[in-house]
Design a protein around this ligand. Structure first.
Ligand code: ADP
Length: 229
């Protein structure tokens, strides 16, 4: 469970202060697939970065699975990220010199998992995301949708309890976007992973349990969604 209590984030730009989050408060239950929507500049990415322990609130608190995350020391935060959180970004962020499989195993290597285990696990996950035939390929040999599936496989290798996705379909056509969204929903339903996804496409609601709407640094509204089957 994620609890966000009165979170603010102020960016200091020289003499100017930008108030990106102005008191955000909500809860997300384990296993929910939640969307964050809102106009550009409303604070979506800032909120996602704070929830993902990639940034800190100026004030307020984030509690994940009972842990008040801002009280963790830096190494504890790294462990928390590695063990509990997975990330998918819009630009895929793959290492071009490495093969698909080598990209996917990186977070497992960082965790000190043995090669036998992470190689077998990466093959399993790459099959699940439909890339079993591409494991020795490199980024330049893959389509945008395939690259995003590699990034998702990499985010899943450590079986994180929470997956964060920041506009994962931003560079993809609608057919490929549906493949990616179906994949998210599959891992959400099969493995009970909590998914928090920033998007600006209204039709993505079909895949989510709930949407939080942001405007000017606050959650302005929220809506339960009807899942498309
Ligand atoms: P969104 O993801 O909804 O487009 P952001 O969270 O990126 O919104 O940005 C919210 C506000 O904070 C915007 O006014 C943006 O210009 C500002 N902002 C975001 N990141 C930074 C930063 N690193 N430094 C200064 N201002 C920032």
């Amino acid at each position: 469970m994620i609890e966000v209590i009165d979170v603010t984030r102020i960016y200091q730009m020289g003499l100017v202060q930008v108030q990106a989050l102005r008191g955000v408060r909500f809860r997300i239950e384990r296993g929910e697939f939640v969307g964050i929507m809102g106009p550009s500049g409303s604070g979506k990415s800032t909120l996602l970065h704070i929830l993902g322990l990639l940034d800190e609130p100026t004030s307020g608190s984030v509690i994940i699975d009972g842990v008040q995350v801002e009280s963790l020391r830096e190494e504890e935060k790294s462990d928390f990220r590695l063990n509990k959180l997975g990330y998918v970004f819009q630009d895929y962020a793959l290492v071009p010199e490495l093969s698909v499989q080598e990209n996917v195993v990186l977070p497992a290597m960082a965790r000190g998992i043995s090669p036998d285990v992470y190689l077998a696990e990466s093959e399993k996950i790459l099959n699940q995301v439909g890339l079993g035939h591409r494991i020795h390929h490199r980024q330049y040999e893959l389509s945008g949708g395939e690259q995003q599936r590699v990034a998702i496989a990499r985010a899943l290798i450590n079986r994180p309890s929470i997956l964060f996705a920041d506009e994962p379909c931003a560079n993809l056509d609608s057919t490929t976007s549906r493949t990616i969204l179906n994949l998210f929903r599959e891992v959400n339903e099969k493995f009970g992973q909590t998914i928090i996804m920033v998007t600006h496409e209204d039709w993505h609601e079909e895949y989510m349990c709930r949407v939080l709407y942001m405007k000017d640094g606050i959650i302005e509204d929220e809506k339960a969604c009807v899942l498309r089957r």
